[in-house]
Design a protein around this ligand. Structure first.
Ligand SMILES: Nc1ncnc2c1ncn2[C@@H]1O[C@H](COP(=O)(O)OP(=O)(O)OP(=O)(O)O)[C@@H](O)[C@H]1O
Ligand SMILES: [Mg+2]
Length: 332
């Protein structure tokens, strides 16, 4: 079954066969619930309800020439399944209504018309104290619940980790990757060059890559990570701040999620009060290494500024220079 808004009858039949629609229930309309790059996501509307269907394919939906692990929606579904038994986590995410492993598809509660938090990247947008606390508490709760030395292999998510790793620790630091950063902002290529040529920096980043990809964890427990904890995965809904899209989840170092979150708050130019709210309210897991957290923050800032996965930022070249300086400091 290939999810396609242009084929509502096929979709309706499929949903009825799976029992996700009642036999008499009809699809009255289909809509795109919001912006996404990786997957095909639809809001299904019937006369008395709406829900979300998300399908992953063997490529990136928006860039079909880029291969991506086809089964990522199933992994995402497993994440929802796993956190469902922890009420405080389940409350902050959409309820899982079903998974179809064969078709790499998941069905989720519709959180309604919602906007994500990527507006934070625009000038003068502040994350409220209550949102900062809610987002931090979610991470503390998630990390605190699943600490282990022997992670469930169902969450290895190696293909997604390899894809992410390439764009975090390799591609941005290649001198000749064919991506002209001046097309993003004139002068950005020259700004990036010293980092691409810094052997010590690249060694540190390679060490982070090893930590990110590790499958065995003898020295320190790992935990279930969201894996993509940034403003695009946070939704402002009528029933509060929610978290979606754990398709990059895996068992790994808690420092990664918190590091990524902090990097995005810094790129969104949030004031020290907001950064401190997050850092002082996060409940560190056993063996939490603040230095490793800072390194993940540093590399996330670098990869977002000089790598392929660009953000809708409104920063001057000077602000990017200063953020890259900060990131370099965090990495050294
Ligand atoms: N359960 C939901 N309820 C309401 N809206 C949703 C829900 N799930 C997703 N959306 C909307 O659809 C958008 C895309 O969903 P999602 O981020 O899961 O897709 P994706 O393809 O993985 O995106 P990306 O490429 O950013 O990873 C979200 O930003 C949000 O606006
Ligand atoms: Mg996604």
């Amino acid at each position: 079954m290939h999810l396609d808004a242009q084929q509502p009858i096929i979709l309706q039949d499929y949903l009825r066969q799976r029992g996700w629609l009642d036999t008499e229930e009809v699809i009255t309309s289909l809509e795109k619930p919001g912006e996404g790059n990786m997957n095909y996501t639809l809001r299904i509307i019937t006369p008395n309800r709406a829900f979300i269907v998300k399908q992953s394919r063997g490529y990136v939906e928006k860039y079909p020439t880029i291969a991506a692990p086809a089964e990522r929606a199933v992994t995402e579904g497993r994440f929802y399944q796993t956190i469902q038994r922890i009420p405080k986590l389940a409350r902050q995410m959409p309820h899982l209504l079903g998974i179809d492993e064969k078709n790499n598809l998941l069905v989720l509660e519709d959180l309604g018309a919602a906007s994500d938090f990527t507006h934070l990247y625009q000038p003068c947008r502040l994350l409220s104290e209550s949102d900062a606390l809610a987002l931090t508490e979610y991470l503390s709760d998630l990390h605190g619940q699943f600490l282990t030395h022997n992670p469930d292999v169902a969450f290895a998510n190696l293909g997604m980790r390899a894809l992410n790793n390439e764009h975090i620790t390799n591609y941005p630091f290649l001198e000749d990757n064919g991506f002209d950063l001046n097309t993003i902002q004139p002068g950005l290529q020259a700004l990036a060059m010293p980092y691409k040529r810094d052997a010590d920096l690249k060694k540190t980043v390679q060490a982070l890559s090893t930590v990110y990809l590790a499958e065995e964890h003898p020295s320190k427990p790992v935990t279930l990570l969201h894996g993509d904890y940034y403003p695009g995965s946070w939704l402002q809904t009528a029933s509060g701040t929610k978290i979606i899209d754990p398709e990059f989840c895996f068992f790994g170092p808690a420092e990664f999620d918190l590091g990524v979150m902090m990097a995005h708050l810094m790129m969104a130019e949030q004031p020290p009060t907001v950064l401190n709210t997050v850092l002082s309210n996060y409940q560190p897991t056993t063996g939490f290494d603040e230095r490793l957290r800072q390194q993940f923050t540093g590399v996330e800032i670098m990869r977002r500024l000089i790598g392929l996965a660009q953000l809708p930022l409104s920063l001057s070249l000077d602000r990017k220079r200063s953020l890259l300086d900060d990131a370099y400091f965090l990495l050294s």
